[in-house]
Ligand binder design. Structure first.
Ligand SMILES: O=C[C@H](O)[C@@H](O)CC(=O)C(=O)O
Ligand SMILES: [Zn+2]
Length: 276
């Protein structure tokens, strides 16, 4: 498990390229037959990837969280961005097609991740936050989720936002997760930018062409920096930072938030013309 410290904005603005990447970018999420985890001290969110290929892969307790099992004090949201697969939770099996989401609450003990085929393995992307009570396990299929159309072709930000784990969807303690899909020919997300001091947020970009790159914008709105990202990488956005991106082709991303305010609409938008 990798650990990332919380960073003060007055420190972040002095980071060079390698420091900004080391502190905020998560480069490798999907390792064959393995679990890859990153623990951020911002709201203690854990993000990670699990890619079972030739065997089942367990998500277990870790010395770093001093937990006998992973969900002893946490809740978990999982999206499958690969081939079809399944998750066994204390012996009960939940199938996940591509883009389906599963919420697993506090106290569930045995978590086993399985791919249906080794030629097209599942890729489970996960986010986890501390939890205080158990909410029921819930599955939501991608096709069941009504999307909100945002942006326009003229401003190259036509996209569909789908909220899966949130106040009016799958219930959780503090985790809020969803997926945003850019229409072909559109490249901008989350512009005008916003911050939410009450929550950390992590974006995981995928379905980005192998020869494409994404410029993820971060920093205080009048002190911005960028990180060049590739397909299937994640980036931690501290509560004080904007999180917006533009790429050389369209893409999809999963956003995950945790913190003290669970309300999706709690965002402080910053006018584009005032950005620096
Ligand atoms: O706090 C909310 C998140 O940043 C995202 O949901 C925004 C987003 O998907 C978008 O504008 O494209
Ligand atoms: Zn946000």
């Amino acid at each position: 498990m990798e650990k990332r410290y919380s960073i003060h904005p007055s420190q972040a603005k002095h980071f060079d390229t390698s420091e900004i990447r080391k502190n905020f970018l998560v480069e490798k999420l999907f390792l064959d037959d393995d679990v890859s985890l990153c623990y951020s001290l911002d709201d203690r969110i854990i993000i990670g990837g699990i890619k079972p290929v030739s065997k089942e892969v367990k998500l277990e307790g870790h010395d770093f969280i001093k937990a006998d099992y992973f969900l002893q004090r946490r809740e978990l949201g999982v999206f499958n961005i690969g081939g079809s697969g399944r998750i066994s939770v204390d012996g009960k099996v939940y199938p996940l097609q591509n883009r389906d989401c599963l919420y697993i609450g506090l106290g569930c003990k045995e978590l086993i991740f399985i791919s249906d085929s080794d030629s097209e393995p599942a890729k489970f992307y996960l986010a986890s936050a501390p939890a205080h009570k158990n909410y029921p396990i819930q599955h939501v299929a991608f096709k069941e989720v009504q999307g909100d159309e945002m942006g326009s072709q003229e401003t190259a930000n036509k996209r569909t936002i789908r909220r899966m784990i949130h106040e009016k969807g799958i219930q959780s303690c503090q985790l809020c997760m969803g997926m945003t899909e850019l229409a072909p020919g559109n490249v901008w997300n989350s512009m005008p930018p916003h911050v939410h001091d009450r929550r950390v947020e992590v974006y995981m970009y995928f379905d980005l062409a192998d020869d494409a790159v994404l410029f993820h914008m971060m920093g205080e709105p009048d002190e911005t920096r960028h990180i060049v990202m590739k397909n299937e990488q994640a980036v931690i956005s501290p509560p004080w930072s904007i999180h917006s991106g533009s790429a050389t082709s369209n893409y999809t991303f999963i956003w995950a938030m945790a913190g003290e305010n669970y309300t999706y609409e709690d965002m402080d938008t910053f006018p584009i013309s005032d950005m620096k």
